[in-house]
Design a protein around this ligand. Structure first.
Ligand code: UDH
Ligand code: MN
Length: 353
């Protein structure tokens, strides 16, 4: 009897072991299949992504594949084809960009890489009508190394953003304290003499966006574009910060009487512009923190641009001063204009503090 039950147990043991083994086998097979599937769908995704990027490259170079060829219309030549307005989301945007300042960049290289530019750093898309005509205004003195990088990165980005744009470098002549906001006013006035711009982007020469979805155009409210700068740990340093890169439509700019002309030296002028905007009842529009990431080329403080000690007193009185001081009272002398494939450089005498 004991024997028999012992036998029965060992029989049951074997069955159990077999079942466990089968279960294990089943789980392994399922697992292997699962992993292989996940893997191949991943490969599929990457291949799609790569194809997409290559495809973008090809389209950029003017090569069209069957898939992207516009439907051919009979009796319709290339020149007769009616152009449509460019889309809200330009199709060639890449998203996050790698921005670094170690490569050697020369202006000749940038000229070579941007054959579609017209004198003055002018561009308009060929296959659609740009949504906006945008003047890019850069306040400048003695930052040639930074300007090379700015042009190197920005021209391809702005072209991918399908803007009708021109580049204006406004150079302060002489050795007086730097006056950023006045140079920006001069850029506005000079650009408008040349073309019917509706939108003005004001950019420091050392700031490059890290995502080309941060479109350098105007919005229904004045826009602050450089919202997460590496120099501030990719955060706004304070809620009302409006420095670095901003954009205002012609109407928005005129509504605030442009920018102040009497902030000499570093600081305060961006806060004054912020005050003007909020005094006029407008608000600030911003891209989201990821898309608005940007890099500033590291630099020390320039000679002749020490912090302006009067700035705190000045920004406390924007409401009283903005009516008289602005684009309505702007005066300056043009000393030189240089047209290049990559930019228009305008050297100006801005007067004295
Ligand atoms: N700018 C010039 N030349 C000058 C001064 C200013 O071109 O001599 C322009 C340029 O476009 C620059 C912008 O004005 O990007 C703003 O000036 P900035 O870059 O000096 O302003 P930022 O706030 O400077 O970056 C902070 C001082 C850095 C000190 C850091 C010490 N670690
Ligand atoms: Mn800077």
């Amino acid at each position: 009897m004991r024997y028999a039950s012992g036998n029965a147990f060992s029989f049951m043991d074997k069955i159990c072991a077999l079942v466990v083994l089968l279960c294990f086998l089943h789980i392994s097979v399922v697992l292997v299949y699962y992993i292989r599937n996940a893997d191949s769908s991943q490969t599929l995704k990457t291949t799609n992504l790569q194809n997409h990027q290559i495809h973008r490259k090809l389209t950029e170079q003017g090569v069209t594949t069957e898939e992207t060829k516009p439907p051919s219309v009979s009796n319709d030549t290339e020149t007769e084809r009616k152009l449509e307005t460019c889309p809200d989301n330009p199709p060639n945007l890449v998203g996050p960009l790698r921005i670094e300042f170690s490569d050697l960049v020369t202006l000749d290289l940038v000229r070579e890489q941007n054959p579609a530019l017209q004198p003055g750093g002018r561009f308009k898309p060929q296959d659609c009508i740009a949504q906006q005509k945008v003047a890019m205004i850069i306040p400048f003195r003695n930052r040639d190394e930074h300007l090379k990088f700015w042009l190197y990165y920005m021209h391809p980005i702005l072209q991918n953003q399908q803007l009708d744009y021109g580049i204006y470098i406004i150079i302060q002549d002489g050795d007086d304290a730097f006056n950023r906001a006045k140079l920006l006013n001069i850029g506005y006035a000079e650009a408008l003499k040349e073309y019917d711009y509706q939108c003005f982007v004001f950019s420091d020469v050392d700031l490059i966006p890290m995502d080309d979805r941060n479109i350098y155009k105007c919005f229904s409210q004045p826009r602050h574009l450089s919202v997460s700068m590496d120099k501030f740990g990719f955060r706004l340093p304070y809620a009302t910060f409006f420095g670095g890169v901003s954009s205002l439509s012609k109407e928005q700019y005129l509504n605030i009487n442009g920018f102040p002309n009497n902030y000499w030296g570093w600081g305060g002028e961006d806060d004054d512009i912020f005050n003007r905007i909020s005094i006029k009842g407008m608000s600030i529009s911003r891209p989201d923190g990821m898309i608005g990431r940007c890099r500033m080329i590291r630099h020390g403080r320039d000679k002749l641009n020490d912090p302006n000690p009067q700035r705190f007193d000045q920004i406390a009185h924007t409401r009283q001063t903005m009516g008289q001081d602005g684009i309505s009272s702007l005066s300056y002398k043009i000393l030189n204009v240089e047209k290049d494939q990559l930019f228009t450089k305008i050297t100006v005498d801005v007067g004295k503090p």
